[in-house]
Design a protein around this ligand. Structure first.
Ligand SMILES: C[S@@+](CC[C@H](N)C(=O)[O-])C[C@H]1O[C@@H](n2cnc3c(N)ncnc32)[C@H](O)[C@@H]1O
Length: 330
């Protein structure tokens, strides 16, 4: 970690992947778009300032039950989680606006001396760190600009640590390929007894899932297409956004929502900084996100070998969403 900048009580650090962010992005975009049969773009590239603001708008949509439901569970269990974890340090991965962690910090107040927010979006990270520092006097607030699939070792050794990962963002990692590796890396940053509180969206009625990713106001569609604008802005690409449409569907066999952008007509895209020249036919698609849905059983099945065990499964009355409290085993 380098380039620490200090601003009142906020210390902001940049993880290695954010120092070479453009080179990394060029490599990841090149690799993703050359995948066949289905090219893809890594979903972290949704989140420039416009994308992060659009996500925040999604959280308020009537169809988008995950945020409201997770906040309801958190409200009900925050005191209990605080009591059983008593963390000196709370870390939030993919913190975004940093709203949810406040409920937890209010509950852990006396035990917690440091809070670390971790996100790829530096603007949102800086703002949410400043707001936390203002509203929780006495709390040391650190921000890490980085990628939670590359840079977790920036957290340093654990001990008295509670890591939280809300919004079902873990669902954006491939359940068989990326999740096991992520859990092992995360567990390395935890000392025995440290805890990981992770929000998972649950397998449910497909119509409800479909509606959540195909809202009537079209905000999710704008969020999805924004990834092409980010590639244009950062890598000098010439995606014509009007040539693409939003696609989101539930894949029952894989238990995940998949978002794609589909070419409305044959189109050619050049991405100079990634050395990509892409020809798409009408109807061709690029995957932009998976959002895996879990059950208690399918989440627990990913734990053996990770060094983590499930301690509490906290869910709402309709079992739409769950907070899983995991513990690092000795
Ligand atoms: C679905 S939003 C959730 C935001 C917030 N935690 C909430 O509960 O509403 C995902 C967040 O993770 C961040 N993010 C996505 N991929 C990331 C990655 N690979 N590394 C770090 N942050 C990432 C995004 O910038 C965004 O703030």
């Amino acid at each position: 970690v380098s380039e620490a900048t200090r601003d009142d009580r906020v210390v902001l650090r940049r993880a290695p992947s954010s120092r070479d962010a453009l080179a990394l992005m060029a490599a990841e975009v090149r690799e993703g778009l050359s995948a066949r049969p289905l090219p893809f773009l890594p979903s972290k590239y949704f989140y420039d300032d416009r994308g992060s603001a659009l996500f925040d708008e999604i959280t308020r949509l009537p169809e988008y039950y995950p945020t409201r439901t997770e906040e309801g569970i958190l409200e009900a269990v925050a005191d209990q989680v605080a009591r059983v974890t008593r963390p000196r340090e709370v870390v939030e991965l993919g913190s975004g606006t940093g709203r949810k962690i406040r409920r937890l910090l209010a509950a852990t107040a006396r035990a917690t001396v440091r809070c670390v927010l971790f996100d790829v979006n530096e603007t949102f990270l800086t703002d949410s760190c400043r707001r936390l520092a203002r509203d929780f006097p006495g709390l040391e607030v650190n921000g890490i600009v980085g990628d939670f699939t590359h840079d977790l070792d920036c957290l340093g050794p654990g001990g008295g640590r509670l890591v939280v990962f809300f919004a079902g963002t873990i669902g954006n990692l491939h359940p068989d390929e990326a999740v096991p590796a992520f859990l092992v890396r995360l567990a390395r940053q935890l000392a025995p007894g440290d805890a990981f509180l992770v929000g998972v969206d649950l397998v449910k009625d497909e119509a409800r899932l479909h509606a959540a990713y195909n809202d009537a106001a079209g905000v999710t569609a704008r969020f999805n297409l924004n990834i092409l604008r980010v590639v244009n802005d950062r890598l000098g690409a010439d995606f014509d956004l009007t040539a693409f449409e939003h696609v989101a569907f539930y894949d029952r066999a894989r238990a995940w929502i998949e978002m794609r952008v589909r070419a409305r007509r044959a189109t050619r895209v050049r991405i100079p900084r990634a050395d990509v020249d892409l020809a798409l036919g009408e109807g061709d698609e690029i995957r932009t996100e998976i959002s895996a849905k879990y059950t208690r059983g399918t989440l627990e099945a990913r734990l053996p070998g990770s060094g983590l065990r499930l301690e509490q499964w906290l869910t709402d009355a309709d079992e739409l969403f769950a907070l899983a409290l995991l513990r690092r085993i000795a």
